[in-house]
Structure formats: structure tokens, C-alpha cells
Design a binder for this molecule. Structure first.
Ligand SMILES: NC(=O)c1ccc[n+]([C@@H]2O[C@H](COP(=O)([O-])OP(=O)(O)OC[C@H]3O[C@@H](n4cnc5c(N)ncnc54)[C@H](OP(=O)(O)O)[C@@H]3O)[C@@H](O)[C@H]2O)c1
Length: 281
């Protein structure tokens, strides 16, 4: 059984490759530039670019199952995913595990992408994670190391950050045993809601120096994103996520879906922090 992992060089995809390998599954890692990446031993690379339908068809032709993720802010996601799922169906792919995001409604790209998946005829499972714990490395690691601070317009809003390694373990478990999971969607959260102040306290305790949460306000955050070179629509989307979704409490709550699939609780944020403490030193 060969699993094609789309986005295999990204935060989630890398973890999914590792988890599949640990399950003894044969993995094909997809990237726009597989030739420049060193994949783990035994993992082969294949070219896959949402902008090139031929590359999508060729990559799917070599797979029995697939894990699909979109890069943040993928333009025209519903059409690109429709092409991807059609190519997978034509290639006889038996199961697609597709990651969107918790709270993806029909008027969002992820929600529209899920609709294309259901229409495709492919056997599917959808994973909808909450905000990643790894965001405090990917997006905030640099400012934490430099300023001992991180910046989001989230006020006192709380959300249950999920460790990407848990998402990956769920994906690998679902791909190993499709019949139990086909046609299901899982909302994946960490075990407890945390405010940004709670996050700062957890990071400070593990790293051993004060790390501060700073709320720059929606406008200040958006301006900083634009100044750092983010496209306007991406800056607007990220600002909305924190200034509205988290700040207003729309991203609250926890689920038991990680425990249901894995038979163990989701990773606690403090445990995630302790496992990655060097990232902030
Ligand atoms: N961050 C969060 O808190 C959060 C929460 C819930 C859901 N999500 C969702 O998670 C997804 C992002 O996952 P991630 O953090 O793992 O992303 P990431 O680290 O930015 O990686 C994106 C991957 O997509 C690939 N890619 C970029 N453009 C591509 C294209 N045109 N065709 C094919 N592949 C392309 C990149 O590979 P190459 O450069 O090698 O081609 C890379 O491996 C988004 O859909 C986001 O909405 C994020």
C-alpha cells in the first residue's frame, strides 16, 4: 500500500510522513520541487503542483491512498481540489484523507473543498484541526527568540491548540484502517482551551525566562503582516482569524475526536512545549 502525502515538506505533511513511516507504510512525498528535498530513508519524492494538472495526475497514478492538504491561502482551492480528487478517482485511489480546518463553513475555501471531495466519488475522511500548537514555532519562533515576545490580536480569547504530531498520528491511523473511518469527519483539538496569556506562561516556564504575549490590535497586526511582505488577502485572512475568530471566542471548546481515534488523549500544550523547548532558545 502506497500513500501519497501532498504538502509533504510542510508542517503537517512532514509529520504525516514520519507517522506513516512509523506505521511501516510505504510513502510517496509530494512537492513542487522534490529534487531539492531530502526525505526520510525509504520515502520517495514525486513532483506535485496544484498549478500543473499533469503533475497531479502523474503523482496520483502512483498511489493507493492519499493525504491531501492545501498550503495556507491556496487560491481557487475548490477548483484545484476538484481537479485533484478527480485525478485520484481516475487513478483508482481507494481512500483520501483530507485536512481542512475546524469551523470551515460552506462559504469558506476549505468548506467548498470538502464539498468537492464529497462529490468526487472518492472514499474520504476529513480531518478538521483547530489552531496548531506549532504556530508558536512556525510563525512566532523568531520573535520569541529575538524579543522574548509574540504578537497576535486575540485579546483574552481561548482555543485548544493541537499538536501537529497528533494530527499526523490520526491521519496515519485512519489511513491504516480505512473501513472504520470512511465517510467520517473528525474535529481535532488539544485537550484544554488556552488564552495567549496561558501560552506565554507555559513558554516562560519551559524556556526559563519571561516570554510576553502582546496584543497589537487587528490593525497593528495586519500592518505588520503587510510590512513583512504578506499578500493583502492573506493578511486579511490571518487578521480575521485572531481579531475575530479567537478574540470573540468562536474558536473555543474541545472535542474527544483525537482520543476516539487514537485511544489516548490529545497532547497537552505543556508537553508540546517541553518537547520543542530548543525552538525558543
Ligand atoms: N496553522 C494553523 O493553525 C492551521 C489550523 C487549521 C488548519 N490549517 C490549515 O493547514 C494548511 C497548511 O498546512 P501546513 O501548515 O502544513 O502548511 P505549510 O507548512 O505552509 O506547507 C504547505 C505545503 O504545501 C506545499 N505547496 C505550496 N504550494 C503548492 C502548490 N502550488 N502545489 C502543491 N503543493 C504546494 C508546500 O510544498 P513545496 O513547497 O515543497 O511544494 C508545503 O509542503 C492550510 O490549509 C491551513 O488552512 C492551519
Amino acid at each position: 500500500m502506497k500513500v501519497l502525502v501532498v504538502g509533504a515538506t510542510g508542517t503537517v505533511g512532514r509529520a504525516v510522513v514520519q507517522a506513516l513511516k512509523a506505521h511501516g507504510t510505504s510513502v510517496i512525498a509530494a512537492s513542487r520541487t522534490p529534487e531539492v528535498h531530502v526525505f526520510p530513508q525509504g520515502v520517495s519524492g514525486v513532483r506535485f503542483d496544484y498549478d500543473d494538472d499533469g503533475s497531479v495526475a502523474t503523482a496520483m497514478a502512483g498511489a493507493d491512498r492519499c493525504f491531501v492538504v492545501a498550503p495556507p491561502g491556496l487560491r481557487d482551492q475548490a477548483r484545484r481540489w476538484a481537479n485533484t480528487f478527480a485525478a485520484a478517482a481516475r487513478a483508482g485511489v481507494q481512500h483520501a484523507v483530507v485536512m481542512t480546518a475546524m469551523g470551515a463553513t460552506e462559504d469558506t475555501p476549505h468548506g467548498q473543498g470538502e464539498a468537492r471531495l464529497r462529490e468526487s466519488g472518492l472514499p474520504w475522511t476529513v480531518l478538521r484541526p483547530r489552531f496548531f500548537a506549532q504556530n508558536f514555532i512556525t510563525y512566532s519562533g523568531e520573535s520569541i527568540r529575538r524579543d522574548h515576545a509574540f504578537y497576535y490580536p486575540a485579546g483574552a480569547g481561548r482555543t485548544a491548540y493541537i499538536d501537529v504530531r497528533d494530527i499526523a498520528e490520526v491521519a496515519a491511523t485512519v489511513l491504516a484502517n480505512p473501513s472504520v473511518h470512511i465517510g467520517k469527519g473528525y474535529d481535532l483539538t488539544g485537550p484544554a482551551e488556552l488564552s495567549m496569556h496561558d501560552v506565554a506562561a507555559s513558554l516562560s516556564a519551559a524556556v526559563g525566562r519571561p516570554i510576553q504575549y502582546v496584543d497589537p490590535g487587528g490593525e497593528g497586526y495586519k500592518r505588520a503582516l503587510l510590512d513583512s511582505g504578506a499578500p493583502a488577502d492573506i493578511a486579511t485572512m490571518f487578521t480575521h482569524l485572531y481579531d475575530v475568530v479567537v478574540r470573540q471566542g468562536w474558536a473555543g471548546g474541545t472535542t474527544e475526536d483525537v482520543a476516539q481515534v487514537l485511544g489516548r488523549p490529545a497532547t497537552a500544550f505543556d508537553d508540546f512545549v517541553r518537547a520543542h523547548v530548543d525552538a525558543w532558545r
